[in-house]
Design a protein around this ligand. Sequence first.
Ligand SMILES: Cc1ncc(COP(=O)(O)O)c(C=O)c1O
Length: 373
Amino acid sequence: MKEILSPLHVGQMNLPSNEAFRAAFEGIFARRHYANHGPLEQHLDKALAEHFQVRHAISVVNGTVALILLLKALDIQGEVITPAFTFSATAQSLLWAGLKPVFCDVNVESQMLTAAGVTKAITPATVAILGVHIWGRACDPIALEELAAERGLKLIFDAAHATSCTFAGRRIGGFGDAEIFSFHATKVLNGAEGGCITTNNDALAARLRVMRSFHDGTGDPSGLLRMNAKMSEAQAAMTLLGLDAIDGFIAENRARYERYRKNLAHIPGIRFLHHEGYGENNYQYVVSQIDAQAFGLTCDALSNALQARNVLVRRYFSPGLHKSPPFSEERWNLPVTDDLCRSLLQFPSGQVINLEDVDAVCSLVRSLQAGTL
Ligand SMILES: Cc1ncc(COP(=O)(O)O)c(C=O)c1O
């Protein structure tokens, strides 16, 4: 069995070619326009709106700030229903915006909120639903839109994982009142930090454009709260190059994902999540679910054994937000979330991991399952 000599990480960076990167940066240096809504940021906002098939994309410095800015722009106060099975930025943003997260359990198959589950969590204090398109799968957007309209709630989505993903033939980005994306280095579209808000609501987009900057150039007299959330030209350049290359990144992601699935298809107790029925995926996340009894090792034990051999798998998301400060409270009863947090393992993927690396990881998993190591 091939020994894995250097660490294999999850979510390795997707980078553009060196030549394209150099040319873009030489342009920035020649123009000496590094920030404050330069030509690349303006171009990017148009390119993102086209990519996400929406009227407006407002680029910002990262996905967390995109969420906080959006929540502030919605001008709401009260409870927001959201999953605990997500990255902490989702619920932390609610606290930053002065809102109260109310955790709702997720569906065992989709691993996301459903309209039926959210309905049960609604109280007189509920003002919004914050769904998360986990692993790039669409979070029941049509049913949640109907529910939000019926109950007079705002509906937004954390689409940090879902760049280039679709639902019912539509790109994720145009659902609910607005959606947010992350262009963090671990995401399929790597802007060396970055993010955006997408919306078809003209008035909301206009507010967001004022609020994201002290230098928006509109001279807006309304006194809206502002922050420095705008992208630099360097980030915009990286994001634009990533956008040009994204179809190639997704094709490579898919090849790695399919190799994992094929290699381990007949090993008892491990199954890789499939995305059939959830629209097109970007395959940035290679996530497996471990049935400890059938596999012979718990997810934790498998994770430790792989990590000790340079395969830096990650327990996503463990523990769930409902069991992590500052959100942990006795009252959260989320059995499906608990079970997912116990059993899911994300495998190394991304640009620097080739198919031979995937084969080596899989043969290690096979040996661990068979107890021959
Ligand atoms: C589900 C989710 N939401 C929000 C974020 C925050 O994005 P950023 O890191 O760009 O602030 C992330 C980042 O990893 C995420 O995975």
